[in-house]
Write a protein that binds this ligand. Structure first.
Ligand code: KG4
Ligand code: ZN
Length: 312
């Protein structure tokens, strides 16, 4: 059975994975750069690409070792071609191109967003079509209609910040740490999600687009005005309410899309899909419509190379 080595360096994770032709994951190695970017409260592109150069050989070697194969035994290479940070993408692309050229093996470039959606198919072979996919990451927030396998029709996307970006920025402002999504989720678990009110954005043209900059600005203004600090008791209530507002905005647009397009299954993917509140609300929405919700396990939600290899 053919083996695919996938490489992913679109953002701030250096990742490599080996999977079989029938999409069995033999290894999935991700080396996070979170510690490098944490002092800046966000990704510094130049540091990200430099770190990819330092990490990539080690990560690929580790992926091969865990899969118990040698480089010569790889039949196909896959690599993320975009979207992403140009300098970061270049490292993975150059590496994969060199391998493919040297070993004279096929190289399949993959789209990062389609790879995130494909992550849902790794553990779930029963996804019915047409399907509706909500992709929520640090750089993107989009709804796709999938009439059949490997066909992606964009229904709506964020007009400003991505949901993960809004979480990251508010966390940075409150000096909670980076990435913001997981730290907000942890702090929010001890807070009251109804303590603060954030009004949901309404698209005047009834589109299925999203908008998160209004939430973010309202949150930042409140933090400034009330001089809210991370040590305050009210901070847990505040971030719980902020997290709830973001989840409600995501779910309400998805629910509208479900009504309009009547899919037979729902997919949730991207880094923010690790969030338990979002996962639970998404499952509730699917169940209320009698649909299956396919959500990748946590390690397949955030950036990894298995999803790209699966797409390839
Ligand atoms: O998909 P991803 O790894 O990278 C991009 O392609 O953007 O997503 C990263 C995003 C970050 O904004 C991070 O804060 C968010 O995913 N994230 C979460 C959680 N874990 C990661 N957001 C909410 N709750 C989480 N548990
Ligand atoms: Zn991603």
């Amino acid at each position: 059975m053919d083996k695919i080595l996938g490489i992913e360096t679109s953002c701030d994770e250096t990742a490599a994975a080996v999977i079989t032709e029938d999409i069995k994951v033999l290894s999935n190695v991700v080396l996070s750069q979170d510690k490098i970017h944490a002092p800046f409260g966000g990704i510094v592109p130049e540091l990200a690409s430099r770190q990819h150069i330092l990490s990539i050989s080690y990560v690929v070697e580790e992926a091969l070792q865990r899969a118990k194969i040698s480089l010569k035994e790889v039949d196909v290479f896959s690599v993320t071609q975009g979207p992403g940070l140009v300098g970061s993408l270049l490292v993975g692309l150059s590496f994969a191109k060199a391998f493919s050229y040297y070993f004279n093996k096929l190289l399949i470039p993959v789209d990062h967003l389609q790879s995130h959606i494909q992550a849902a198919f790794i553990e779930n072979r029963e996804i019915l079509f047409p399907s509706l996919a909500l992709l929520v990451s640090g750089g993107h927030t989009s709804l796709y209609f999938l009439p059949r396998k490997l066909e992606y029709n964009l229904l709506g996307k964020t007009r400003d910040d991505a949901a993960g970006e809004a979480l990251d920025k508010v966390a940075k402002f409150l000096e909670l740490g980076y990435p913001g999504g997981p730290v907000i989720e942890k702090l929010a678990s001890g807070g009251d999600p109804e303590a603060f009110h954030f009004s949901l954005p309404k698209m005047s043209d009834n589109s299925l687009d999203f908008s998160f900059s209004g939430f973010k600005t309202a949150a930042l203004q409140h933090v400034k005005k009330s001089r809210l600090k991370k040590e305050d008791r009210r901070c847990a209530d505040f971030v719980a309410s902020f997290q709830m507002a973001i989840v409600q905005a995501l779910i309400s647009q998805t629910a509208r899309a479900v009504k309009e397009l009547k899919p037979r299954s729902l997919i949730l993917c991207g880094g923010v899909a690790r969030n338990k509140l979002l996962r639970n609300e998404f499952i509730s929405l699917a169940e209320s419509q009698g649909l299956l919700a396919a959500i990748p396990s946590a390690e397949l939600c955030t950036d990894n190379a298995a999803m790209g290899a699966a797409l390839a």
